[in-house]
Design a protein around this ligand. Structure first.
Ligand SMILES: *Cc1c(COP(=O)(O)O)cnc(C)c1O
Length: 396
């Protein structure tokens, strides 16, 4: 049987390669950070990690993880409802609730699981899920697993959301779900308007803070802080894999009864292993670091402004950003690919995004700024952008 299937896979893989869509992976032989070392010993500056606060190689997180391994072991070898949890899981859930000003928190192995397991336990075919068209794949999959009636509105389009809310009056309960920051353009969801519409049309609100946590709001505490919406957002989901240390782990935080119900019924929680103690301990230390001051967030914000202003001054077309994501618009898939390759030759890692990840004709290079970048790193990246931009006649 495999011979036939193998031929099919080989043909499909070749088609992916021929279309220029095959995802080749780099091999990094250093910790993740602003400067990385590759397998061949060469060094590069990384501008495509979600390492927004530069904590992926933080010594305090590493020390906390090591200590927890010594004191609490390597793994849990179980799911929570069978063997229970450690004190570290409780402390991390509490730290997340305090950070987001929410009532309770449930941990998952990843935010992909948090989103995959948030809808099905709460809503039935009698209810409505109203989803932004540009929501993350994990929200889309989570919605697919739930029998609720689905509505989709154009990205951050409040008129279109209102249309959906009117139609969804036919259902028992309604929930609006959105990314906090959309990962392609770096725009922030208009959460104040979303919450106003939710009130007007009697809907719940869920936001995925994966790219907004640690970035958006005066101290980086996400969209509720940015728009002063404490108490008006019912569910936040998020990841420990971006701003919050960059390892793995996800969470859902929000209203007490919602979290209670997820503990009873959410399948990725019930049927998947608990987070290992080292990740919980590092997470607890992380929120301690974030509670000590705003220095990392301030530096990240300064880096975004510095980079964006210099790039605009150089003549690049920069998508207006409200986050740590800066989209350098190129409007052509082949050009975007060439640009990223040429940047890699300058030892600057950035990624090109082309159709179908972004709409046709909206091809771009996505840059992600971090608190770990120094002024010198930024200047090197900007110089490389200008050099390549001139070579490829993107700027004059
Ligand atoms: C990265 C991301 C996720 C997935 O997070 P993991 O913890 O890596 O599974 C989910 N939602 C959004 C919006 C993301 O950007």
């Amino acid at each position: 049987m495999y011979a036939k299937f193998q031929k099919y896979l080989q043909d499909e893989l070749k088609a992916i390669e021929d279309a220029g869509l095959y995802k080749h992976e780099r091999t990094i032989c250093s910790p993740q950070g602003a400067e990385i070392t590759l397998a061949d010993g060469s060094k590069a500056l990384n501008f495509c990690a979600n390492n927004y606060l530069g904590l992926a190689d933080n010594p305090r997180l590493i020390a906390a993880a090591k200590k927890a391994m010594d004191e609490r072991g390597f793994g849990m070898s179980s799911v929570r409802f069978i063997c229970g949890k450690q004190d570290l899981h409780e402390q991390l859930e509490k730290a997340i609730s305090e950070y987001f000003h929410t009532e309770d928190t449930i941990l998952y192995a990843a935010c992909f699981d948090a989103n995959g397991g948030v809808f099905e336990p709460l809503f039935t075919k009698d209810d409505a899920i109203i989803s932004d068209a540009l929501n993350h794949a994990s929200i889309i999959d989570g919605v697919r697993l739930c029998k609720a009636v689905r509505y989709r509105y154009a990205n951050a389009d409040m008129e279109d959301l209102e249309r959906c809310l009117k139609e969804a009056q036919a259902q028992r309960f309604r929930i609006i779900c959105t990314d906090g920051v959309f990962s392609m353009d770096g725009n922030v969801a208009p959460m104040d308007k979303i919450c106003d519409l939710a009130e007007k049309y009697d809907a719940l609100v869920m936001v995925d803070e994966s790219h907004s946590a640690g970035v958006v709001g005066p101290t980086g505490r996400g969209v509720a802080e940015q728009f002063n919406l404490y108490g008006r957002i019912d569910i936040h989901t998020g990841t420990l894999g971006k701003s919050f240390g960059g390892a793995v782990g996800g969470f859902t935080t929000g209203r007490k009864e919602i979290i209670d119900m997820l503990r009873q019924r959410s399948r990725p929680y019930l049927f998947s292993n608990s987070l290992p103690p080292m990740l919980c301990a590092a997470g607890i230390e992380l929120f301690k670091i974030l509670g000590e001051g705003n220095e990392l967030h301030d530096r990240q914000q300064e880096n975004v402004s510095y980079f964006r202003d210099k790039m605009v001054a150089a003549g690049f077309d920069i998508h207006p950003t409200e986050s740590a994501i800066v989209a350098v618009m190129l409007y052509d898939p082949i050009l975007a690919g060439k640009f990223a390759t040429a940047m890699a030759k300058e030892n600057i890692f950035v990624t090109s995004f082309t159709y179908p990840v972004v709409p046709k004709g909206k091809d771009r290079i996505r840059v992600q700024l971090s608190a770990a970048h120094t002024r010198e790193h930024l200047d090197k990246a900007i110089a490389a952008f200008i050099k390549v931009g001139k070579e490829l006649e993107v700027i004059s």
